[in-house]
Design a protein around this ligand. Structure first.
Ligand SMILES: Nc1ncnc2c1ncn2[C@@H]1O[C@H](COP(=O)(O)OP(=O)(O)O)[C@@H](O)[C@H]1O
Ligand SMILES: [Mg+2]
Length: 379
């Protein structure tokens, strides 16, 4: 008899909150999880069946970890791909496939992939260092992005004047037309090895400009059906073109003229899908597990309106985390708390998230604003 999900050991590279929520779902499937993370106090530490403290970037560490499990997945893209490719060559199952992670790790290659596959995206130019800014064909202002290792806005800057060239990134980068978008939206799509494919309903995101993080996420979107269908079609086209197994988050901009432009991809569970735990029939984490274990994909429909807010460390607070206002927030109906188990807080660190569900969108939004005012992570 073929091995079932409950007979297999899943290895997760990265032991942060995404891995943690994957394990929470995995428990329902009787799944055995092994986690590799360099932080001895990583959020997954006390949840994984086996926790290995080590670098996810080091060839030997990733290779040896991979050898000890049956199937490997990621919760972060910044992993050693050479080791994953070697494991794949030796017959180990690695989902998403290492070639997909390699493509997505580099925003330059990602943008070229969009171009080659006629996926709508902002015009761009690849540059190798900041001296090339002065001769670029783009007119100011524009966006500059590191090709590699950026996250949560840390590898992104706006270049407005020639003076900005001096303190610009001095590494292989992209420059992109500055899009005056109306809204940022995301569609999560999942695909299993049988080729079964399903999207989650489109969500709307609001960014905290100062922290450059998703601050507020609203599900489902209230954009016209036509735009939502187009966004879902784009996400599916990308998943098929990549031939990915697993979940893929597709971040997009909706321009003021109703055009959709793909911003970037993440081949793993994503911050823009956390609300699916309470807001949808199947969560993004369960869907990812279904996809990589080649199980039937679940129903992605929304159960309710859901608003997700990230619980971020307060400015000017660094140290052991204290959650202020927790009792007050938990008294409210339809409020679901997720703390990630991080001992230390620092400004804007993602310490948890809260999902608010309600039958009325406006009520969920109002409640989310209230929660945001009450709950503070201080030290
Ligand atoms: N071309 C662009 N025009 C306008 N804003 C952009 C552009 N590209 C990125 N941004 C803004 O910067 C944020 C972070 O950029 P992104 O490429 O998603 O990097 P990260 O990997 O840090 O999420 C986006 O969510 C968006 O708000
Ligand atoms: Mg992004």
């Amino acid at each position: 008899m073929a091995k079932q999900i409950s007979d297999l050991k899943l290895g997760i590279l990265g032991g942060g909150q995404l891995g943690r929520m994957m394990i929470q779902e995995g428990i329902n499937y009787n799944l055995c999880t092994h986690v590799l993370d360099p932080d001895p106090d990583a959020p997954c530490k006390n949840l994984a069946n086996v926790f290995v403290c080590g670098s996810i970037d080091d060839y030997d560490t990733v290779y040896n970890f991979g050898k000890s499990v049956d199937i490997i997945t990621i919760e972060i893209e910044k992993v050693n791909i050479d080791a994953l490719e070697q494991l794949e060559k030796e017959g180990k199952i690695v989902y998403p496939q290492p070639r997909v992670i390699r493509l997505i790790q580099d925003k330059g290659i990602q943008k070229q992939f969009f171009k080659e596959n006629e996926i709508p995206t902002a015009p761009f130019q690849i540059i190798s260092n900041k001296t090339e800014l002065a001769t670029s064909r783009f007119s100011l202002p524009y966006i500059m992005k590191l090709r590699k290792d950026g996250y949560d806005g840390k590898g992104v800057m706006k270049i407005s004047t020639p003076e900005d060239f001096n303190h610009a990134f001095d590494k292989p980068s992209l420059i992109e037309e500055l899009i005056d978008f109306e809204k940022e939206i995301a569609v999560i799509v999942a695909r299993n090895p049988n080729g079964e494919i399903k999207t989650f309903p489109m969500v709307e995101m609001e960014f905290n400009k100062e922290a450059n993080l998703v601050e507020f996420l609203i599900s489902p979107s209230t954009y016209l059906e036509d735009i939502q269908a187009k966004a879902e079609k784009i996400a599916m086209d990308i998943a098929v073109a990549l031939n990915i197994t697993g979940i893929l988050a597709v971040e997009m901009f909706v321009t003021k003229t109703g055009e959709l432009l793909v911003n970037e991809l993440a081949p793993r569970p994503h911050n823009s899908g956390h609300q699916s735990i309470e807001g949808n029939v199947v969560s993004q984490f369960a869907q990812h597990l279904r996809a990589i274990f080649n199980l039937p994909l679940g129903d992605t429909s929304c159960l309710n309106h859901a608003v997700m807010i990230n619980v971020l460390g307060e400015k000017n607070h660094e140290g052991i985390a204290v959650y202020e206002g927790l009792n007050e927030v938990l008294k409210m109906d339809g409020v679901y708390l997720h703390l990630y188990g991080k001992k230390f807080t620092k400004p804007f660190r993602k310490m948890g998230h809260i999902t608010i569900v309600d039958q009325q969108r406006e009520k969920a939004i109002l409640k989310a604003r209230e929660v945001q005012k009450i709950l503070k992570v201080i030290s």
